[in-house]
Design a protein around this ligand. Sequence first.
Ligand SMILES: [Zn+2]
Length: 132
Amino acid sequence: MKIGLAKIAPLRGAWITTENVIVLDVDLDQANCNATLAHELAHIDLKHHAHQAPAKWFAIRWEREADDLACDRLLDNVDEIAEAMALHPQNLDMASDYLEVPSDVLWRRLTRLTNAEKLLIVERLDRIERAC
Ligand SMILES: [Zn+2]
């Protein structure tokens, strides 16, 4: 597999199966470049391209599945998420910048937290609140 950069906006990335290459838009910033690569790799790992999308019935679902796996991989450390939220309370964009991911990736990850992960973050934020 190869990874290449090219001017492909408005696309952010694409996996060209016949060439076995992932192409990323050359103008993406680092956070969006990482997120797009993680998304394309998720498609490969989920074997989405092994099937012909049946008349696009599953296209939206496959995009969501790839986004979910990509955000879980990009933000796999809950302590880091808690740190970002503690440093930048109520500011999704600044917390995202701290984590070096696009804000939609952090938002998606926050919606996917397990109860145990939520508890860990809330306890962390409570400790800071009490310290102030
Ligand atoms: Zn996709």
